[in-house]
Design a protein around this ligand. Sequence first.
Ligand code: ATP
Length: 267
Amino acid sequence: MLYLRRSASGVQGLSDVPPSHPRYASLLTREKVVEGVELGITGLNGLIAQGRGEALDYLLGEKTTPPAMEAERAAAAMLLLAERPILSVNGNAAALVPAEMVALARKVGAPLEVNIFYRTEERVKRIADLLRSLGAERVYGEEPDALIPGLDHARAKAARGGIFDADVVFVPLEDGDRCEALVRMNKRVITVDLNPLSRTARTATVTIVDNVVRALPNLVSLVEEMAGQDEAELQSILERYDNISVLRRSVEEMISHLSDQFSALEG
Ligand code: ATP
């Protein structure tokens, strides 16, 4: 079964690691990205992004912090209020949370769009097929017919009816340039990025500083829970939301987690 076999690359498979291992969740995430590469879903550079994310998650204590939960709640409200929401899927998201992306899309009535940094038509098709096999009804990205202004041609490709026309774009693990370009198009952008200081994190409308493997299940539950709330209540969550404060508090969570680690060492 996927994720539980010894990987063809020779990297230790999860079958070798007991679930009681203190770093099991992190190792499982790593293994999923490796398998994404082997299956032709994730690009090689996805491994580097995962490594960077893993290091930052370590600083965060590998948990959903209160500011991350606040951002997740605001993201759920924004998706529920959106007129034309879209969920963008890159190679790492496809390896780590494909079923959760499809579940979130269904719950907020949004299509999905495959949107990868190092585009190859083959990889786009593989990701789109994976999403469809998991029940996705509308998947854009295979036939982009528009260009996002301000980006070079390969990175600018987008679909009308999808990212190009959306009012709210949920785009986990996005590159800074593209995030900036989407905001310039007056779209509201929700991202998931473990680096609270990346350009994406600083530019997005709502930045969830959490691992996608925790953020996506949280978002699916929040959207379910909040779907019954009236528009005014959802609107007031957004009005009270302050992304810069969330980023600052996420950095403070990292600092205090590190400090607690040292206090524990010093006894
Ligand atoms: P930017 O262009 O936004 O300044 P970057 O060039 O560092 O940032 P990319 O490589 O384009 O960023 O995107 C990867 C980002 O995703 C990194 O900030 C990394 O920390 C983050 N990341 C990687 N894996 C995960 C994960 N599993 N969950 C959440 N964030 C992750």
